[in-house]
Write a protein of this length. Sequence first.
Length: 461
Amino acid sequence: MTDGFDLRALLAERGGERYELHARHLNPQLPRMLRTIGFDKVYERAAGAHFWDADGNDHLDMLAGFGVMGLGRHHPVVRKALHDVLDADLPDLTRFDCPPLPGLLAERLLAHSPHLDRVFFGNSGTEAVETALKFARYATGRPRIVYCEHAFHGLTTGALSVNGENGFRAGFDPLLPDTPIALGDLDALERELRRGDVAAFVVEPIQGKGVHESPPGFLAAAQELLRRHGALLIADEVQTGLGRTGDFYAYQHEDGVEPDLVCVAKALSGGYVPVGATLGKDWIFKRVYSSMDRVLVHSASFGSNAQAMAAGLAVLSVMESEGTVAHVRRVGGLLRSRLEELVPRYELLHEIRGRGLMIGIEFGRPTSLGLRGRWTMLQTARKGLFAQMVVVPLLQRHRILTQVSGDRLEVIKLIPPLVIDEADVDRFVTAFTAVMDDAHGGGGLMWDFGKTLVKQAVTQR
């Protein structure tokens, strides 16, 4: 039975209005921003680490939907799992039963984190963080959360309270009791813990903003301090987890680290159905869900839905059968080493950092007089414009999608689908080399675009 709704026909009829529809009905600044930097493309289809525009041109995706597309777009195993779960006509979300798929996905996730015991399923990374914050505060009976400067843990009110970017926080106060410290500052952490009111320390093992890795030994030392003072360690693995850094979780790069709560999301979705998960120790869950009266004290209307659980199970199955973690370690090492070879060649290229397929490319002040003057022009107008100057030609001339790693940062972050191969690495490095040659050779088009960005930055002040 059908009411005549035809999605393909609707897209064919109205798809060309996409930017106008967004400008009229959604965030009006998004289409404006995309048009300003020349990113207002029309993409028609996608597969793996590639997508194609309306003219049939192939684009390399080095952004992965901010990390969501871990297995690339439209992986056949994930697609089949979703077709299967829809065709099964399951009595989903009755709310008063215990369906098998959530238990099976929890079992599979916990197999990768044997020191943890239970899972709560929500719908996103920020929900996973919200859950961890609530559980930590309830389990410890303490109100305050310590987090790191420049952290990004989400944009809902609780997660925003531990967001280290003032641009996101401004105007949304008051937030939860919170205290920021510098990533790696054990003295500051211990100073806050001595006050006796800290429930937890939440940390990204590698910060998404700027791609800064926690210093060697920091997580283990922080864990020891937290346990001594009765506080919990929360590892935010929303972007770094599920193989992104060359281990299943990024905290596993450091021996002996066993967080009390771990947040995952993004890649667990397979790029299809939003899902978030908070993994934790048994005693924490039992304290939160302490009686039948508290059975629904924390829940999510769409949490544990069959489609999301099927997608998550398929993702973990693919990762295990295709050796995704080992592949990331190998290809990520190749990409980083080839980029590091370029650092001595370009004075504007300052540093390559990160792990696996989470790589930061940082630019810095050049030494030669001509380039220094141009760099200063950009920095005076607005920090971060040079990185934007690199991102734009990578897309417009080389059809490679990347992103600046944060507001006012001269850092490009590479978080491609975990399925990229050696040919994709070669394509990116070749294109990046051409863009850097252009910049260092005083390439007119690139620096002319820089002047346009300067004018826009000055106008928006």
